[in-house]
Design a protein around this ligand. Sequence first.
Ligand code: HEC
Length: 196
Amino acid sequence: MLKTRYVITASLQLMVLSFFITTCSKKDTAAPPDLCLGVSYTIDYFKTESVGGANNGTIAINYPIGDTISYKLNNGTFQASRNFTNLAPGNYILTVKNQNNCTATITIAIFNYGPKYALVKQIISGYCGPCHYNGGNTAGKNFNTDSSVLFNWDRIKARAVDNVPTQMPAAPNAPLTAIDKQKITDWVNAGHRILD
Ligand code: HEC
């Protein structure tokens, strides 16, 4: 009888002890909550290239923005402003950070444009959309990329300067002004390259 009671008490004690051991050890191994879990940013930005070796490229971040977000380029220091200016041509790693130090990065290339080519790009983005710009691909022509503009230089001149066989921008849109036509002609005559 005494023996049985002893066994019961002992096993009860063991149970209590193991309960404390498990609860204690659980507490010890619990990891701190990951504040960045599920936080991800698809960075959206607008850039302009550096023109004529002036180191005047720009980056403006459109997303994410807000009081708690900061930005840096390469190994620079974080800044609150979402604008970067006076950028030399090259590849930049943009890092965005929120108030919990969660970060996201993206690589952005700033190109070196010649001054004449920069003017032609302005005309194309200003007058050739929506048909051949952004999502537009009318007649299989989309001029978003530099390579597509460089490749189509002769067709761009024929249609937008010489109006052969018909004008571009397509009627009933207004044709380009004489000044804008001259910008395309100057670029073509200079060699129709990215650095012209
Ligand atoms: C409102 C829509 C519209 C705009 C804006 C427009 N185009 Fe077009 N483009 C068309 C259509 C439609 C065609 C196909 C019919 C044709 O070739 O005439 C075309 C065809 C073309 C082609 C391919 C045919 C060829 O001759 O090689 C080129 C190149 C072109 N456009 C250049 C331009 C340029 C450069 C601009 C801007 C300065 C421009 N387009 C603006 C509608 C547009």
